[in-house]
Design a protein around this ligand. Structure first.
Ligand code: UGA
Length: 436
């Protein structure tokens, strides 16, 4: 089956490469000619474990190719995926649909056969109707249907998430669309991955509801962590204790510095806008957005406290380990590290940092930070060492070496990757999240 993937960013590239790996014939399309040229040379535009090998293997096998020519790329495709960005629109937080609409216009003009147009980009409820109107306005003589098929890929684990999904959600309005989508996902269906067929609008909302729920779960445990610190409880025990209840589930209950990334912050905001437009408030999500936003700077203040308070902190040095919003990605979008660094810099603290993949993206966002080429280089002369992102490389730091290099043995673990007793036994002052 021939599949066209319009948009070769994170979602498009991972999905396209995985579909090719399942044996489909896939063309990834992007208007960014430099990106396409680099992809043809095997250079990935993003860091995602396993992606380069997956792309290379499928290009070699002749199942995956790249083009900047949309008309050429969609020729003969039975399924045309739209996987372009839907950033927060400047000013109002609505999802910016201009890229999605532009693709729909072009697809409408270029169709050469009957096809299903599948929106994979995260789009507000009703976007499928608009995409359908736009394509129809192009006057195509071919039969087409517009389907919603949201992605549930986590950065850093995207290939595994694609190949072994908890579920596949398909929002389709007619049998032709459902037939084609069944064929697209047949390899996964054979794997017994559940496929949920819904209406297009339900499918569009499922994506936002899922991300908002996960963001709520994280924010809930983060607030419990704050309470744990006040009452002398341990948030990890609380998370375990509630997570064992199958109705709650143990995942996404790691307390930390607040969620970041390209999805939760943007999608929660967009859901609020939809709720506002339809006069159906989602007050829980409103509270989540506010709590998460203020949490990031609060984490900066936590570090200042570990330095003896804002006054004592002035002129001191902090080592930040990890900058990306989570490990195994180079993505800095909405990373808590940005607000933490800003809070520290505002208080006159100097910052040295190390991140295994994110420093290039971090540099323009954090001009106050000196980037170092190893964790130990960042720790040299530091009055406090702060773990901001739980990269594996920080899980077994040589604490004796840290103590030697740092000016003071103070460790702030914002991801709870160290056991307090262990770090304290090594002679450190230790601060973590939701544990005393
Ligand atoms: C998220 C969802 O998990 C995916 O299912 C979804 O497809 C994707 O958004 C999307 O909409 O495209 P992602 O943003 O890559 O994926 O990363 P997550 O692993 O979900 O982490 C998001 C943020 O929550 C990170 O900042 C992470 O550190 C934080 N988090 C996660 C916690 O603080 N605690 C947890 O228990 C889990």
């Amino acid at each position: 089956m021939k599949i066209a993937m319009v948009g070769s960013g994170y979602v498009g590239l991972v999905s396209g490469a995985c579909f090719a790996d399942f044996g489909h014939d896939v063309v990834c399309i992007d208007k960014d000619t430099t990106k396409i040229e680099r992809l043809r040379q095997g250079k990935m535009p993003i860091y995602e474990p396993g992606l380069d090998a997956l792309v290379e293997g499928n290009v070699k096998a002749g199942r995956l190719s790249f083009t900047s020519d949309l008309g050429e790329g969609i020729k003969g495709a039975q399924a045309i995926f739209i996987a372009v960005g839907t950033p927060s629109r400047r000013g109002d937080g609505h999802a910016d649909l201009s890229f999605v609409h532009a693709v729909a216009r072009e697809v409408g003009k270029c169709l050469t056969n009957d096809a299903v147009v599948v929106t994979k980009s995260t789009v507000p409820v009703g976007t499928g109707d608009e995409v359908e109107r736009i394509i129809a306005a192009g006057g195509t003589p071919y039969r087409f249907a517009v389907v919603s098929n949201p992605e549930f890929l986590r950065e850093g684990a995207a290939i595994g998430d694609f190949k072994r999904p908890d579920r596949i959600v398909i929002g389709a309005e007619d049998d032709f669309a459902r037939e084609v989508m069944r064929e697209v996902y047949r390899p996964l269906f054979l794997n017994e991955s559940p496929i949920l067929f819904t209406s297009r609008r339900s499918s569009e909302l499922i994506k936002y509801a899922a991300n908002a729920f996960l963001a709520t779960k994280i924010t809930f445990i983060n607030e419990m962590a704050d309470l744990c610190e006040k009452v002398g409880a341990d948030v990890q025990d609380v998370a375990r204790g509630i997570g064992m209840d199958k109705r709650i589930g143990g995942k996404f209950l790691h307390a930390g510095p607040g969620y970041g990334g390209s999805c939760f912050p943007k999608d929660t905001l967009a859901l609020l806008k939809t709720a506002e437009d339809f006069e159906s408030p989602v007050r829980i999500v409103e509270a989540v957005v506010k709590a998460n936003e203020s949490r990031k700077r609060a984490m900066g203040r936590k570090v200042l406290d570990a330095l003896g308070g804002a006054d004592a902190a002035r002129g001191k040095k902090v080592a930040m380990l990890g900058l990306t919003f989570k490990p195994n990605t180079d993505d800095m979008r909405d990373s808590p590290a940005i607000a933490i660094a800003q809070t520290l810099a505002d208080a006159g603290v100097s910052i040295a940092a190390y991140d295994p993949e994110g420093m290039e993206q971090a540099r323009p966002l954090m001009p106050q930070v000196t980037m170092c080429d190893s964790p130990y280089a960042a720790i040299e002369g530091a009055d406090a060492t702060v773990i901001v992102t739980e990269w594996d490389a920080f899980r077994a730091l040589d604490l004796a070496r840290v103590k030697c290099l740092a000016r003071a043995p103070v460790l702030v673990d914002l991801r709870n990757i160290y056991k307090p007793e262990f770090v304290r036994a090594a002679g450190f002052e230790f601060v973590s999240v939701g544990r005393v």
